[in-house]
Design a protein around this ligand. Sequence first.
Ligand SMILES: [Zn+2]
Ligand SMILES: [Zn+2]
Length: 188
Amino acid sequence: MGRISWDQYFMAQSHLLALRSTCTRLMVGATIVRDNRIIAGGYNGSVSGSVHCIDEGCYVIDGHCVRTVHAEANALLQCAKFGVPTENASIYVTHFPCLQCCKQLIQSGIKFVYYAEDYHNHSYAVELFKEAGVETKKVKLNYLAVDTNYQKKAALVEQLIEKLDDSIIDKDEITEYKKEAEKLFSNH
Ligand SMILES: [Zn+2]
Ligand SMILES: [Zn+2]
């Protein structure tokens, strides 16, 4: 095990933050970084003190939940609240930013957007980022970097499935297990 890279470290932080999301329609986490220092973080959630989607259900208008402040916006607003400059900073997000967040990130002076998953990447957002000279780059979270037992778990599952091959269990069923295991352990 080597040292975790900065990219993986910040992306892992965003995935952790996503687990705090209070709207389950999409769990998003965002980490703002300057000079390899985390200056703010945010997740998809209601306005402070208000009810949460996970308790009361989503408030859906035109197919969108209107209750939450997006992760990227929450991270930027944390900077606004405490007077932390975001000029030339980077953001690590679990999902490609929506159009609204894209505009807010550009306007806040964010220069690098690293995202782990594509998410309806809006062509206008892509265009705006390019126009503003904001670099976007896909950085998938490598579970090998954050879970020191990852390889052991993968090896054990493989071993167990091999054992199944020698058993009387239906071959189609074993194939299903193999597919599931592949899905679980291929995300790196
Ligand atoms: Zn919601
Ligand atoms: Zn957004």
